[in-house]
Design a protein around this ligand. Structure first.
Ligand code: FE2
Length: 423
């Protein structure tokens, strides 16, 4: 007896609906018109069934603090960092945990079952680290939470940052972060990249830096990150997050840079909501979009994911942690409207994101973890267009969230008519 069969599931790759069988938390069969019985059967009714959404770049410690102690009026990165600095002394472990646990429920309801969250390690008390390590353990049955030690106030610029970061890693934080564009000089930025990559190499950890989150075309820390990746043989374990300066870089320079990134197997993560709202703030018109060169990076074979980055915090006032919102914005900002391009954007919040954070057992193939989402739509492009209900969210073969299907009824005098948004 199987634990679960999801029948008539339309996977992102297959045109014809198929059945997916689950035993002991794993996918054990994917075939059409499958025989057999299960404890639970779900009829997906030809709807899209995908592996869960993955948010590869998030800040769980600041999420849901909107308005505390005030809002970010200028909308800039620097006012956001200053505002977070005002808020930090008032935080407690319990308060951070309560917000994070609430945030995880929002994520699960949207079908996001893996999150890489940066956690600020600038405060020597490391309250956010303790809180999010607790949340990581508590949520383990339902959601994979991976933590990045993020020296928000600068690794070389802020006194004690190195000790705090090392302490956070000793406590069990998974990944080494950085913020080279926030150091005092370009040289310090490069030096911070070198030192942080060495820490990761010594400990066998992955690296994910906020890198060149700026409109300055001369902010080239990604070049150093790529170089250090090769030097320390960290290939495939290093991510450049944001990379917004690449939007403004000289094309000739980028034509040299991107192949070097591909050679080093660097992962790139764009954060469309934050990039489009925070970058270009010093421009008059035309205003730059700020998002990195997603299309060109993908064309070079670089693994590109998209992250939500922020939900209702000092940097971003909106959001419900819906990765389809992220992909929708990314598609528009990156002008990725071709059919293959839209599929690539869907991958940026699913497969590519899972690859960037090194998630094991991800996907809908045999032997993968039985984690999946049934959406009220037919295929990935319709998912991007409609951002439809996540009818069932399944973790290790158990349904952990449901949302009723939307069936709007329009009454125009000639009777009620149920509207569907499919052609
Ligand atoms: Fe970030």
């Amino acid at each position: 007896m199987l634990d679960l069969i999801v029948r008539n599931a339309r996977t992102p790759r297959d045109k014809q609906p198929t059945d997916i069988a689950v035993l002991d938390g794993k996918i054990v069969a994917v075939e059409q018109n499958m025989d057999g019985e299960a404890q639970t059967e779900i009829d997906a009714a030809g709807h899209l069934v995908t592996a869960p959404f993955v948010d590869s770049h998030f800040h769980m410690d600041s999420a849901l603090t909107y308005g505390q102690p005030r809002v970010n009026d200028s909308g800039t990165l620097l006012e956001g960092i200053a505002l977070w600095g005002e808020l930090k002394p008032t935080l407690t472990v319990d308060e951070i945990k309560a917000r994070a646990l609430r945030m995880c429920r929002w994520s699960i309801a949207r079908g996001t079952l893996a999150i890489r969250s940066h956690v600020d390690v600038s405060d020597e008390r490391l309250l956010a680290v303790q809180a999010l390590i607790d949340v990581r353990e508590e949520m383990k049955p339902w959601l994979d939470l991976q933590l990045v030690a993020f020296p928000q106030d600068g690794f070389l610029r802020s006194p004690g940052a190195r000790e705090n970061l090392i302490h956070a890693l000793d406590m069990g934080v998974d990944v080494v972060g950085g913020i080279p564009h926030f150091e005092r000089t370009m040289a310090d930025g490069a030096e911070s990249v070198r030192q942080l990559c060495e820490i990761a190499a010594e400990r066998g950890l992955m690296v994910d830096m906020h890198c060149d989150e700026s409109d300055d075309p001369l902010s080239r820390h990604i070049e150093t990150l790529t170089y250090e990746t090769q030097r320390l043989k960290l290939n495939g374990r290093v991510t450049g997050s944001h990379l917004t300066s690449m939007h403004s870089m000289d094309n000739y320079y980028v034509s040299k840079l991107i192949p070097l990134m591909a050679e080093a197997n660097i992962h790139a993560i764009a954060n469309p909501f934050i990039n489009i709202t925070i970058q270009g703030r010093h421009d008059t018109y035309p205003k730059r979009r700020g998002m990195t060169r997603v299309k060109e990076l993908m064309a070079a074979g670089i693994n590109v994911a998209m992250g939500h980055d922020c939900v209702m915090d000092p940097w971003y006032s909106l959001g419900s942690h819906d990765m389809l919102d992220v992909a929708h914005m990314g598609l528009h900002v990156g002008q990725m409207t071709g059919v293959d391009e839209m599929h690539a954007v869907f991958d940026a919040v699913t497969n590519n994101a899972a690859r960037a954070i090194g998630l094991d057992g991800y996907g809908l193939d045999l032997g993968c973890n039985a984690d999946m989402v049934v959406l009220q739509c037919q295929d990935p492009i319709e998912a991007l267009r409609l951002k439809p209900a996540r009818l069932f969210v399944i973790r290790r073969g158990s349904v952990i969230s449901t949302t009723p299907a939307a069936h709007p009824v329009v009454s125009l005098g000639s009777g009620d008519e149920t509207v569907t948004f499919s052609l």
